[in-house]
Design a binder for this molecule. Structure first.
Ligand code: ADP
Ligand code: MG
Ligand code: MG
Length: 252
């Protein structure tokens, strides 16, 4: 079963340490939520795990399905089944969403094992239906001129089409209205299986009304400071983060 284990991870950007001894273990079948105030290093965690060159790992270990993730090239991480939906998805001109998805699937499957066009189209239709997406999106250039909500939906379409083992979803809920939020949640819930683990990064509890996490972690100042179940998210929504700061004696 899938497993992502992050141990004492420290990460610096331009010499400034952002993650400071971060620990988590995500297994197949589990959905973890990471919540925390802005600027606490949530996106840094996601980027570092995907191997963004700007993020320097200064300490710690990460294993992904038993392999050393930090030794893997960026594309290798994706091929092995690690997926990142970004807070700010980029636009790619000149390549359609469908072509992009097909090449993402094929690069995972490897040469000589490409998905047939028929099968690809069948899957695409099925997944777009789950996400209530109009067929025409697949023929548009990737994210170009997409609204914020369409970009997020598109990220989840990638998730459903590429079927990763572990996914990190960074602020997938930001800028979504309630209907789009439900659709995105449906997509993530459709992935739930013992063969899939998920790390949902979110500033607000709202999304967690539709995707029930097994674990909720609060992140502050570059590390997890508190963990619990869904009730922890509800308390954060009601009371904010101050009570945790007080509990831990953290000053702003
Ligand atoms: P969060 O996602 O929790 O809001 P981030 O990981 O985006 O937090 O940011 C954590 C800290 O790292 C912030 O102080 C931010 O300014 C800094 N930071 C993040 N990305 C960069 C970057 N590419 N260059 C310089 N500083 C960055
Ligand atoms: Mg932020
Ligand atoms: Mg962020």
């Amino acid at each position: 079963a899938p497993n992502l284990t992050v141990k004492d991870l420290s990460v610096a950007i331009e010499g400034k340490e952002i993650l400071k001894g971060f620990n988590i273990e995500v297994k197949g079948g589990e959905i973890h939520a990471i919540m925390g105030p802005n600027g606490t290093g949530k996106s840094t965690l996601a980027s570092a795990l995907m191997g963004h060159p700007k993020y320097e790992v200064t300490d710690g270990e990460v294993s992904f399905n038993g392999k050393d993730l930090l030794e893997m090239e960026v594309d290798e991480r994706a091929r092995e089944g690690l997926f990142l939906a970004m807070q700010y998805p980029s636009e790619i001109s000149g390549i359609t969403t469908a072509d992009f998805l097909r090449s993402a699937i094929n690069s995972k499957r490897g040469e000589g094992n490409e998905i047939s066009l028929m099968k690809f189209i069948r899957q695409l239709d099925k997944k777009m239906e789950i996400l209530e997406m109009d067929e025409k999106y697949s023929q548009r250039y990737l994210n170009e001129g997409f609204s914020g909500g369409e970009k997020k939906r598109n990220e989840i379409l990638q998730l459903l089409m590429t079927e990763p083992k572990i996914a990190i979803l960074d602020e997938i809920d930001s800028g979504l209205d309630i209907d789009a939020l439900k659709v995105v949640a449906n997509g993530v819930n459709a992935m739930r299986s013992p063969e899939f683990g998920c790390l949902i990064i979110t500033h607000y509890q709202r999304l967690l009304n539709y995707i029930t996490p097994d674990f909720v972690h609060v992140m502050m100042q570059g590390r997890i400071v508190k963990s619990g179940g869904p009730e922890l998210a509800a308390r954060l929504e009601a009371e904010g983060y101050d009570w945790i700061k007080e509990e831990l004696g953290i000053e702003d």
